[in-house]
Design a binder for this molecule. Structure first.
Ligand code: GDP
Ligand code: MN
Length: 339
């Protein structure tokens, strides 16, 4: 009799539990999904795939966050998708909405101009709230505080390969702090003054720059200019102790005080990526090649035939974004070495 099937119970619940391989060791980790009630279909689809390709064997918990309360319908529908613990949180008002000290006239003029320039989400306040929240607040939410590692998941993403390892334990056991699957160029028009602000921060706090940093990934001239490369943060597996560190917290507060989340449209992706590239040793950043991932319009599908086969991947490696002209994986490999 295999371990765990000691009773001759035929109830679904026991049968399911018994079919799960006993997990010997787990990390202190959670999935984090920021979403709206209206996105329930996309959230179900994403969680369904997370479960099928990975979490059915691990039962890591989920934290759902929203700027307004989740409806009972949302909670009921998502909770049947997985037996894992699921918690539903509302974001504290000031962690989400535009601060009162932001000059609204200046902010709305910037939004109008970006709309005229056809900048994606250029006219949106809520998108800016989201970017600022993901830059500086999610890891401080009361439901998230107890966890160290997280995996960010969005509605309507795809995981086309079986995930052959516990990525959280991989991070922990190999001293990894930030994990990604796709990297690309940012739209310059959303971050016009971000790099000069970073340079200002660096001159004020040189002690936070790691001697073995990955500056070469984000700059071709040792920091004189930003090359616009960033990790695509809709997928992120990372160690929140880093976001909670003095180096990152002072960085976020400094950026926030400049108002660029609202006067421009600074994204959490360049903010996270620049911080990780400057404050961490290069080898604390990890490319998860074996994790297939799709967020429209880009996808990552391993080009390693063995991994692709073992992962029973449903994606086409020829469609992988890795060496697309718009990808920054070349820049990453130039600093990290080829995978
Ligand atoms: P994109 O990936 O840059 O196109 O942006 P998304 O629209 O996918 O937003 C990023 C993440 O934030 C997704 O998980 C969304 O569900 C979530 N999100 C964006 N705006 C809001 C909002 O106003 N309220 C809530 N609750 N979630 C949001
Ligand atoms: Mn998205």
């Amino acid at each position: 009799v295999p371990l765990g099937i000691s009773q001759s119970s035929v109830s679904n619940e026991v049968a399911y539990e018994a079919s799960v391989a006993p997990v010997i060791r787990r990390a202190n980790a959670t999935f984090i999904i920021l979403c709206r009630n209206s996105e329930i279909e996309g959230v179900i689809q994403s969680v369904r795939e997370v479960e099928d390709r990975f979490n059915r064997d691990f039962n890591y918990p989920y934290v759902f966050l929203n700027d307004e309360p989740f409806t009972d319908e949302f909670k009921t529908r998502i909770s049947v998708i997985s037996p894992s613990v699921m918690e539903f949180g509302v974001i504290p008002h000031d962690d989400w909405f535009q601060p009162s000290w932001i000059d609204e006239e200046k902010a709305s003029a910037a939004r109008k101009q970006m709309e005229l320039d056809n900048v994606i989400y250029g006219g949106s306040v809520s998108y800016r709230n989201m970017c600022r929240f993901n830059s500086g607040f999610f890891f401080r939410h009361p439901l998230v505080q107890k966890y160290r590692y997280y995996w960010r998941v969005e509605p309507h993403v795809h995981f086309p390969c079986n995930i052959p390892l516990d990525p959280f334990l991989y991070m922990q056991d190999h001293n990894k702090t930030y994990g990604f699957t796709i990297t690309l160029y940012e739209f310059e028009s959303t971050i016009r003054t971000l790099w000069q602000t970073v340079q200002e921060y660096v001159s004020l706090y040189p002690e936070h720059i790691h001697p073995d940093n990955a500056m070469g990934f984000i700059s071709a001239d040792e920091g004189a200019h930003y090359n616009l490369c960033h990790f695509w943060s809709n997928f992120e597996i990372a160690d929140m102790d880093f976001w909670r560190s003095d180096a990152y917290m002072t960085f976020f507060e400094f950026l926030d005080s400049k108002g660029g989340f609202y006067y421009e449209r600074w994204g959490d992706a360049p903010v996270h990526s620049i911080a990780a590239s400057l404050f961490l040793p290069q080898d604390a950043i990890h490319f998860f090649d074996e994790i297939g991932y799709q967020h429209i319009p880009f996808s990552h599908c391993t080009e390693n035939a063995e991994r692709w086969k073992n992962g029973r991947c449903s994606c086409d490696p020829k469609e992988s974004f890795d060496y697309n002209g718009y990808s920054c994986l070349r820049q990453w490999e130039a600093v990290a070495g080829h995978r």
